[in-house]
Write a protein of this length. Structure first.
Length: 215
């Protein structure tokens, strides 16, 4: 029995070795087969990336990965495999949301930046109008005073609305998306999920407000 077990182990090792004697790629090693020199998955799954292959295999399957890369031009295969690996890794950390939560966080960042940009442009227009009226030779006329007052009131309302938008979006990112990722991440992947969020900057994102009181 011991001899048979040793023979089986030796056969498994030989089947998971490449033809040239170098270690088999993670894909071939997982499937316990010889890794040919022209193995299409070897460039994307070296022996040290067995965990990434396991995630990609679980989400897509070997046949689908081969089919996707086979239908693409050589220049786009590497990009496609990087996308597959990234999606699989994110899905392993967040089985429910996957890349959707990352995309949602980035969309929130865009909306926050747009709101902040609009606020800054309005403040700039207010300052320019105020400076032009102050340095006018005859001083501001009645229409200018009324216009400045209207712009000042509009700016105050915009300040409140913009700050509320930014605060709401920031809270939504931190409370909704981060809570979902932390709750649905696979056991033992808490630190990895946190690192992934920091990499995308959407959990750590905190808008820098422009204090209108200093204008």
């Amino acid at each position: 029995n011991n001899n048979n077990n040793n023979n089986n182990n030796n056969n498994n090792i030989s089947r998971s070795s490449s033809v040239g004697g170098s270690p088999a790629c993670a894909a071939c090693k997982y499937q316990r087969r010889k890794c040919a020199p022209d193995c299409p998955l070897a460039p994307h799954f070296p022996p040290s990336r067995h965990k990434e292959f396991h995630n990609a295999h679980k989400l897509f399957g070997v046949s689908n990965m081969l089919k996707i890369t086979r239908e693409l031009s050589p220049g786009r295969r590497s990009l496609a495999m990087k996308t597959i690996i990234h999606q699989a890794n994110v899905r392993a950390l967040d089985p429910v949301g996957g890349c959707y939560h990352v995309i949602l966080g980035l969309q929130h960042q865009i909306k926050s930046m747009e709101a902040e940009l609009d606020l800054v442009l309005r403040q700039l227009a207010y300052c320019q109008a105020h400076a032009a009226a102050a340095f006018a030779p005859n001083g501001p006329d009645d229409d200018e005073v009324i216009g400045l007052q209207s712009l000042r009131e509009e700016k105050s309302c915009l300040d409140r609305d913009a700050y509320k938008v930014l605060d709401d979006l920031s809270v939504k990112i931190e409370n909704h998306d981060a809570e979902s990722l932390s709750c649905t991440a696979a056991p033992g992947h808490g630190k990895a999920a946190s690192a992934l969020l920091q990499e995308h900057h959407y959990l750590q994102f905190k808008p820098t407000y422009v204090d209108s009181r200093r204008v």
